[in-house]
Design a protein around this ligand. Structure first.
Ligand code: UD1
Ligand code: CA
Length: 476
């Protein structure tokens, strides 16, 4: 077997198999089911992560449909984790899928936990409780749940006075069996040796002509014994179609929201809050309704994040006041900044401490030094802006000449008058003043005043003269 990557001192061995080869026909999408996203992660990430947290080493993921993408997504999300990937070229059923993992576990003796790639809500606690429920080293434990509407799930049939006798799939069930509301949750723990010898006996004589993993229960019941562990449907409900997916996303989001509230974050309306798995928010931060936090976003403490703002892979310091409807993507906002409403910070926008960025201001690959301000209507791209700079309303950095991007440098303390056009590459020295309405193509020295506009001409009395011309029929 693959050598466990970490020394599991004192703890008993555990291996995991995660089934993720199916297409997910009921999703009706080209994308394989387990790649659909739940809170920023492919669905299959969650059962794999939970297996790792329960101490499984290795975790063998059985892939098939879009297998390369599934493997790449998991390796990227869990670098360094003891993951193995086994191919199931043809998806002939869940038992067949488990057998595809056999070679990856060659020589391994001990318990194997089998999880479905389509049950993202399972918790490590529940997983551990099923692992611990086996009555003997040879027996099988599996999770069941009671559902109001058991349609689509395998029903658990009990032998009177004994334990579970078998699982019957809906398509093979009699009308009486279909009335059973205790269903198979798709989580099993069995000894490796039992698993391989028993799976060899499973055939495909059923309505779907598939090799059912659920046949293990009847085979264990006849032999070493099977035990059913009831778990909460909130955790074990599978995702089979896009409606199930939306419910799983909502449930996962609610968990993230609860954890944030427990750690001192105010969510004004947790039902109107979206966050990806892994986002961080500091205590005493207030999040207004309809905010969305994505990817690796981290927000400090004592901030207010205004209604409708969307932050992706963005780092926000402490005591930041973000007014409603801002969009930030891969940006950095320093302590004490004020941003918005309606600001757009694109990748590599970086604000030092105490910067103000106001409405309809767009920044791309642009840094602003301490206390600098761009309060209204500006586009600042590929610009390095110093401290204490005032960028007037309507300022534009012309960073693109149709072929290449060029930089703009603005020194500390510069005053950029309203409606300035800075044609890059251009450099403005410290403390310079740029007159309002200027189009600037030349560098400006420190402390200079730059005017780049036509001189104003006033023609006194012009309106009166025009009216007189019109009256006499000479003018238009
Ligand atoms: C399965 C169970 C059912 C249980 C339900 C719980 C069987 C026969 N049925 O049904 O009793 O109530 O899960 O959620 O096991 N997969 C493969 N290769 C295959 C087939 C499936 O890797 O050849 C993977 C899928 O990608 C999926 C998982 O196994 O992640 C479960 O398959 P799915 O088709 O969703 O099984 P269900 O019909 O839901
Ligand atoms: Ca399923």
């Amino acid at each position: 077997m693959p050598t466990p990557s970490k020394k599991r001192k004192g703890s008993s061995p555990l291996a995991a198999i995660v089934l993720a080869a199916g297409k997910g026909t009921r999703m009706k999408t080209v994308r394989a089911k387990v790649l659909h996203r739940v809170c920023g992660r492919p669905m299959v990430y969650f059962p794999v992560k939970r297996a790792l947290e329960a101490g499984a080493d290795p975790v063998v993921v059985v892939v098939g449909h879009q297998g390369d993408e599934v493997e790449a997504a998991l390796r990227a999300a869990l670098p360094g984790a003891p993951l193995h990937f086994a191919r199931q070229e043809k998806q002939l059923g869940t038992a067949h899928a488990v057998l595809a993992a056999k070679a990856s576990l060659r020589g391994y003796r001990g318990p194997v936990v089998i999880l479905s790639g389509d049950t993202p809500l399972l918790t490590t606690h529940t997983l551990a409780s099923v692992v611990g429920a086996r009555t003997g080293p040879q027996s099988l434990a599996f999770a069941t749940m009671d559902l109001e509407n058991p349609a689509g799930y395998g029903r658990v049939v009990h032998a009177p006075g004994k334990g579970p006798a078998l699982i019957v799939e809906e398509k093979d069930a009699t009308p009486e069996e279909r009335q059973i509301r205790e269903v198979n949750a798709g989580l099993y723990v069995a000894d490796a040796e039992f698993l391989w010898t028993t799976l060899a006996q499973v055939d495909a004589k059923n309505a779907q002509r598939e090799f059912y993993l659920t046949d293990l229960v009847a085979l264990a019941a006849d032999g070493p014994g099977a035990v059913a562990v009831r778990v909460s449907p909130l955790e074990a409900q599978g995702v089979n179609d896009l409606e199930d997916l939306s419910l799983a996303i909502r449930a996962m989001t609610r968990r993230i929201a609860s954890a944030l509230m427990k750690s001192g974050v105010t969510l004004e309306d947790p039902e109107r809050f979206d966050a990806d798995d892994g986002v961080e928010v500091g205590p005493d931060t207030i999040i207004e309704p309809s905010v969305r936090l994505r990817g690796t976003t981290r927000i400090g403490s004592g901030c207010v994040i205004g209604q409708g703002s969307i932050l992706a892979d963005t780092v926000v310091g402490d005591r930041v006041e973000m007014l409603p409807y801002c969009h930030l993507d891969r940006a950095r906002v320093g302590d004490g900044c004020r941003v918005g409403p309606f600001s757009r910070l694109r990748p590599e926008a970086s604000l030092a401490e105490g910067v103000h960025v106001g409405n309809f201001v767009e920044l791309k690959k642009t840094s602003m030094g301490k206390r600098s301000k761009a309060n209204h209507l500006a586009y600042l791209g590929d610009a390095t802006i110093g401290a204490d700079v005032n960028v007037g309303c309507g300022t534009i950095t012309c960073n693109y000449d149709g072929e290449k991007k060029h930089p703009t440098r603005i020194g500390d303390g510069v005053f950029v008058g309203s409606d300035s056009i800075l044609v890059a590459p251009i450099s403005i020295g410290k403390g310079a003043y740029l007159a309002a309405g200027s189009t600037l193509t030349e560098n400006v020295a420190a402390g200079a005043l730059a005017l780049g506009r036509a001189r104003q001409v006033n023609k006194n009395g012009w309106a009166r003269k025009r009216a007189a011309m019109k009256k006499s029929g000479k003018g238009t």
